[in-house]
Design a protein around this ligand. Structure first.
Ligand code: HEM
Length: 399
């Protein structure tokens, strides 16, 4: 086993020169046999020693392993936190996770997601109009990328769109990885209270969105705390992730003008483009698991109690998985089973929704502003590296 190193590896895993690319450290790990143990700083785990999994086959096998779990389950005697909130799906494993997840899956099929499309397209147009009116400079993160998933979340929970600024603020603080424990606690409490009101309303008169549907079908099997946890899962799972993917996709396209033109001018490219941007950007920070028993990942041992971190970024760029130019952004690439939505029982529940949002938003933006470009030198951009998803703080653009 490789000796643990000092805390060299902040789990942002990005290259110092090009933040879209895996760091040299991670590339070296992928080329070396075995799973190195590293001391890492991770947004969810804090500072721990973990086995780092970087190759595509290994990451996929680790995601699928039934004894590598996301957490120890809910402990009612411990204070409430994100991972100790009843109903927060990522806190569960095994039969209990499957039971809870089944209650939500029906609301996230392609058909259900398509029902949100008209509202999504309207909000996209509205924000493009507002940008055009106020322009010719905008912050693509605040003015476009965040408002779109905000609408999706508000529609799912059936709360007024005006609630979005509170949702945005709270989920940003909770996901950031760099905010203080007090700030996280305050944001979690505020969110919990707001969602408790939402749940109370659905208990009284269940609506047609996700929470209302769950209350109608499974209300008797669930406590209010679990319903609040469902709301938290959707909010935390679907907000910053999609916004970040949207903003970084635009940045990646601006750095690759020929690819940008292909997406803007050829509607047939949209589907493969979104898949390739997901593969290429791989925004989740290495995804954590804990070994509940001694296990093996493709013959490589992990001892019970060890932490494991799985890098979707290095997996998606693994030459053994994508032999032709894996680091290049090629929007016409035939889609592959990329791991940016994870894999196995916790695989992203909202992936069809995220795809729909991206497919609607990206071409609409590029067609409305065909001369879109950065309003600042690229070197002035500040990246968010300590969070559970890699992102850019602001993206000033002009046209
Ligand atoms: C580009 C956008 C997104 C990315 C990259 C993303 C990524 C992920 C990843 C990697 C996981 C697995 C985590 C793990 O295995 O520990 C996950 C789980 C999850 N995601 Fe997403 N996600 C996105 C959008 C969404 C949206 C729009 C929603 C819903 C509104 C959502 C809801 C969830 C939920 C509920 C889970 C937990 C599933 C479970 O534990 O069974 N995500 N997501």
């Amino acid at each position: 086993m490789t000796q643990p190193r000092s805390v060299a590896f902040v789990a942002s895993e990005r290259d110092g020169v090009c933040p879209f690319d895996p760091s040299q450290d991670l590339r070296r790990m992928r080329e070396t046999d075995g799973l190195p143990r590293m001391r890492v700083v991770h947004p969810v785990l804090g500072e721990v020693e973990a086995a780092v999994v970087t190759r595509y086959d290994d990451v996929r096998a680790a995601f699928a392993h039934p004894r590598l779990v996301t957490g120890n389950g809910i402990d009612p005697d411990q204070p409430r936190t994100l991972y100790n909130q009843p109903g927060f799906l990522l806190a569960y494993s095994g039969a209990e996770h499957a039971r809870l997840r089944r209650m939500l899956t029906g609301s996230f099929t392609l058909r259900q997601v398509e029902r949100l499309r008209p509202a999504m397209e309207a909000i996209i147009d509205e924000h493009l109009d507002a940008m055009a009116e106020r322009g010719p400079v905008a912050d693509l993160v605040a003015d476009f990328a965040l408002p779109i998933p905000s609408l999706a979340i508000c529609e799912l929970l059936e709360v007024p769109y005006s609630t979005r600024s509170m949702f945005q603020r709270c989920s940003q603080v909770i996901m950031s990885g760099t905010t203080s424990a007090d700030e996280v606690l305050a944001a979690s409490t505020e969110l919990h209270e707001a969602l408790a009101d939402v749940v109370a309303r659905h208990r009284e008169a269940p609506g047609e969105g996700v929470l209302g549907t769950v209350v109608r079908k499974h209300g008797a099997e669930l406590t209010d705390e679990e319903l609040i946890g469902f709301g938290t899962t959707l909010l935390i799972g679907g907000h910053e992730t999609t916004a970040t993917q949207l903003a970084l996709s635009v940045l990646a396209l601006l750095r690759n003008p020929e690819q940008l033109a292909a997406l803007r001018d050829d509607p047939d490219v949209t589907a493969t483009a979104v898949e390739e941007l997901l593969r290429h950007l791989a925004i989740p920070a290495p995804v954590p698991r804990m070994a509940m028993a001694d296990v093996e990942i493709n013959g490589q041992p992990i001892a019970a109690g060890e932490y494991v971190l799985m890098s979707a970024l290095t997996a998606n760029r693994d030459p053994a998985f994508v032999p032709r130019d894996p680091d290049a952004l090629d929007l016409r690439r035939r889609p592959v089973t990329q791991l940016s939505f994870g894999f196995g029982v916790h695989q992203c529940l909202g992936q069809q929704l995220a795809r729909m949002e991206l497919k609607a938003a990206l071409p609409a933006l590029l067609r409305r502003f065909p001369t879109l470009r950065l309003a600042v030198p690229e070197s002035a951009l500040r990246y968010r590296t300590g969070s559970t998803v890699f992102g850019v703080e602001e993206l000033p653009v002009t046209w």
